[in-house]
Design a protein around this ligand. Structure first.
Ligand SMILES: Nc1ncnc2c1ncn2[C@@H]1O[C@H](COP(=O)(O)OP(=O)(O)OP(=O)(O)O)[C@@H](O)[C@H]1O
Ligand SMILES: [Mg+2]
Length: 254
């Protein structure tokens, strides 16, 4: 079986004013269809760089990065991206923001309207279709961004610290929502996060990166049963969080 995403011997260098910066060095992993991968690592290690490569927004220096066997070069409608800031259009309402990728693709037909409305329902904004973006809370704006990332039915959903700007209670609620959305849509997802509880709560596997240049410290499968709000307080959940914390700090290896 071929993986949906295949990364092999990946290296990424940036040219900077003070010379070459190696952001990623020799990263390899595969991602299967329907899998949820969380990516964690120290600040500045190269997580956003890796996500931008997966989004086809950044060329690689060497190695290979493929989606469905094709090199990841250039943005693709098959990939939905959610950034830390929702990056929505303030002069458009919720419906108009979510439908935008279909509108840009020239697909403003009845199925596009239905799909947009279904996704707005899925992210819990049914009563807010006609609201302006500035009338929404930060968590609601991220729901709009998630619906917009899903509207073109991408094969891959990429998220870079999407809940980083939210308070901890809203963040917990958004984790539960995201778990439900991913289970409903079955989307293959890569989530960059600093939050280890978020990683253990959502992921099938966690990719732990080393300090820059990022290489793979560990790929940890999370073999817990489907997680609920209560699982966070179990010893098994806590043991995973501790293990990831040790791995990030370089104090333990698998
Ligand atoms: N356009 C660029 N030009 C030069 N260097 C860059 C560029 N973008 C990122 N870098 C460098 O590459 C390294 C990795 O950056 P990246 O943004 O991928 O880290 P990160 O893990 O996402 O960090 P954070 O956790 O703070 O979001 C950093 O040292 C950064 O300074
Ligand atoms: Mg980053």
């Amino acid at each position: 079986m071929t993986a949906l995403i295949s990364i092999a011997g990946l290296r990424k260098e940036y040219a900077s004013s003070t010379g070459k910066v190696v952001a990623i060095d020799d990263v390899s992993f595969d991602l299967g269809e329907g899998e949820f991968l969380a990516v964690i690592g120290p600040s500045g290690c190269g997580k956003t760089t890796l996500l931008r490569i997966l989004a086809g927004l950044l060329p690689i220096s060497s190695g290979s990065a493929t989606l469905q066997g094709q090199p990841l070069t250039g943005p693709s409608a098959g990939i939905g991206v959610v950034f830390q800031e929702p990056v929505l259009m303030p002069w458009r309402n919720v419906f108009e923001n979510v439908i935008l990728p279909l509108e840009l693709a020239g697909k403003l037909d009845a199925p596009a309207t239905k799909r947009t409305n279904d996704l707005i329902d899925l992210v819990g904004l049914a009563d807010f279709r006609k609201r302006h973006i500035w009338e929404l809370s930060g968590g609601m704006q991220q729901r709009v961004a998630i619906a917009r990332a899903l509207v073109a039915d991408p094969v891959l959903l990429l998220m870079d610290e999407p809940f980083g700007a939210l308070d901890s209670m809203t963040r917990e609620q958004m984790n539960i929502e995201l778990q439900r959305i991913c289970a409903t849509t079955g989307k293959t997802t890569v989530l960059v996060t600093h939050n280890l509880i978020e990683a253990v709560f959502l992921a099938d596997r966690v990719l732990v990166l080393t300090p820059r240049p990022a290489s793979v410290r560990a790929l940890v499968p999370i073999t817990l049963p489907p997680r609920t709000r209560d699982s966070i307080h179990t010893p098994e959940f806590g043991a995973y969080v501790r293990k990831l914390d040790d791995l990030i700090k370089g104090g333990a290896h698998v």
